[in-house]
Write a protein that binds this ligand. Structure first.
Ligand code: ATP
Ligand code: MG
Length: 407
């Protein structure tokens, strides 16, 4: 991608109304643009990051469920059936010009449960799991901290359907949890498994919390085994559910995922039943598993940056290489750009007619993992300068060896 022709402009102005690191760096770096509180444009550079995150999520979820896509516009009746039309404070409600009322989907139990009715009839149909990656709407009272809390945001939500509690437990522990761990590992995030309130239907739900100053949650991490508890359920002197110890460390976390055993809460509301082996009708049991993809993007920035800008983990970086052409080296840089494209390397090429200082500063701000500088000075050695964004020292690499040096 030639930077001179890219829909991208970095900025020196910091957002006036948002002090969070991710809002500052993502807006200044030209990844996102604020439209209104909690609502952002994802510019081409930002969309590339989000798509990488969502593809990592998709890769792991495909191992444990089938992808589908549900609507954003929901019938009011479905939300009345579960009582959440009145009970869910963050539900966006829409009135059409024809007098009908709708909800904008904040989550999709009200849609996926009736959808499953036409698929599930016998115990032979179970278990099943479906997921989607989609835009959600929540009328959050305070939308702040950049991508950490949006009114319009992206989430992966997966729903599982089971004949027995044992099967639901098994899926939850042995399929969903390992898939979640694999996602966070691939994103470069150290996510702490955290017990949180599970509402009315089970003792705990599990959150995945990433330790970060701007996190809204207070969590207590067990000093022995690393399991955590969310403050809202934490009792002074409580024993760790996992190892029995009572030494806790208090810290701040951002919730990047939350998984629940729903049991029969939603299947009952929609009368989602199956015929058991003995011919009797039984209620289907469900689990639901959420993961905020835009919030994860914000959390990655909170974790990986320095005073100059973002330091993207390679797995989610918008490009692998930032190629900088300095004065007098444009022709050779064009050739190197073409070679990188031909060998399938994702490269942002700063071919703009601006000073080296501006190019360096923008490159640090944007945070692409490898920076390649082509200048008259490096060309005198038939080489370029390669520097990792995460390291201080640059090294000289022969032009003929650039591609292999990147491997
Ligand atoms: P929170 O406690 O942060 O309000 P929640 O518990 O209501 O979130 P869930 O319904 O569990 O959220 O949603 C699943 C995931 O979606 C969360 O773990 C989080 O990663 C993400 N998420 C929820 N609300 C938002 C939001 N307003 N903006 C961005 N991501 C969100
Ligand atoms: Mg939650």
């Amino acid at each position: 991608m030639r930077q001179s022709k890219y829909f991208l402009k970095t900025s020196k102005t910091t957002p006036a109304d948002d002090l969070s690191v991710n809002a500052k760096l993502l807006e200044q770096g030209g990844f996102v643009q604020k439209v209104l509180a909690g609502v952002y444009d994802f510019l081409p550079l930002g969309l590339r990051v989000l798509q990488k995150i969502e593809n990592i999520v998709r890769l792991e979820m495909d191992k444990i469920g089938d992808e589908m896509f549900m609507p954003v516009l929901h019938p009011k009746e479905n939300w009345e059936k579960t009582g959440r039309w009145a009970a869910l404070d963050v539900l966006f409600k829409i009135k059409s010009q024809h007098g009908n009322e709708y909800a904008l989907g904040p989550t999709h139990e009200e849609i996926v449960t009736p959808a499953a009715q036409s698929i599930i009839s016998s115990y032979k149909d179970l278990p099943l799991a479906v997921y989607q990656i989609q835009t959600k709407f929540r009328d959050e009272p305070r939308a702040k901290s950049g991508l950490l809390r949006g009114r319009e945001f992206r989430m992966k939500d997966l729903y599982s359907f089971h004949a027995t509690a044992k099967d639901m437990e098994d899926y939850y522990n042995n399929k969903a949890m390992p898939a979640y761990e694999a996602v966070y590992k691939a994103l470069g995030l150290d996510a702490i498994l955290t017990e949180a309130s599970g509402g009315t239907f089970s003792k705990y739900s599990h959150e995945y919390q990433v330790e970060t100053e701007n996190g809204e949650d207070t969590i207590y991490v067990c000093g022995k085994c690393g399991l955590a508890k969310n403050k809202e359920i934490f009792e002074e002197g409580a024993e760790c559910t996992n190892c029995g110890k009572t030494t806790w460390r208090e810290t701040k976390g951002a919730e990047v995922g939350n998984i629940f055993k729903l049991q029969d809460k939603y299947s009952k509301a929609f009368n989602l039943q199956y015929t058991a082996q003995d011919g009797s009708k039984k209620i289907v049991l469900m689990g639901c598993y959420g993961l905020g993809t835009t919030r994860a993007m914000g959390v990655i920035v909170e974790k990986f940056h320095d005073d100059k800008g973002i330091i993207w983990p390679e797995s989610v970086a918008p490009f692998k290489v930032h190629l900088l052409a300095l004065k007098g080296a444009e022709k050779k840089a064009d050739e190197i750009y073409q070679t990188l494209l031909d060998t399938g390397v994702e490269v942002l090429y700063d071919d703009r007619d601006v000073s080296p200082g501006v190019k360096f500063a923008d490159s640090d701000l944007i945070g692409i993992p490898y920076r390649i500088i082509v200048s008259e000075k490096t060309l005198a050695q038939e080489s370029v300068e390669v520097k990792k964004r995460s390291e201080k020292e640059a090294k000289s690499v022969k032009i003929s060896e650039i591609v292999s040096a990147l491997k």
